[in-house]
Design a protein around this ligand. Sequence first.
Ligand code: HEC
Length: 103
Amino acid sequence: MKKMIMMAAAGMLLSSTMAIAADAPAKAATCNACHGADFKTSLMPIYPKLAGQNKEYLVSAITAYKAGERTGTNAGMMTPMVSSLTDAEIEELVTYIAGLPVQ
Ligand code: HEC
């Protein structure tokens, strides 16, 4: 099951890369595979909508996943996604995501 989700995510990554807005940070392409091209049209209900979320909260969540401090059924999916991000890349990503329209 986990393998199927990862394969689906990889396929989505290819198709969603084209839909990314011109001003999106390069690292956003990885996130789009699960969180949707607009960060709110997720493909599966287990992928949270992130568009318009508070910057501080996004930093806190991403930092916790990176440190392995957020655990649980689906949290394991996020850790490898953010483990190699630098603080500057996280800042760039959250600024972009927080500025996206909620509706
Ligand atoms: C393989 C699919 C997948 C990819 C790719 C992915 N995520 Fe996630 N993301 C998830 C899942 C699943 C959760 C919910 C995990 C949980 O239950 O803790 C999540 C949760 C989150 C949360 C927490 C939201 C909240 O309300 O607490 C943030 C922030 C987040 N992701 C950001 C990102 C960013 C930024 C990227 C790109 C660098 C990314 N994600 C890439 C699947 C993914």
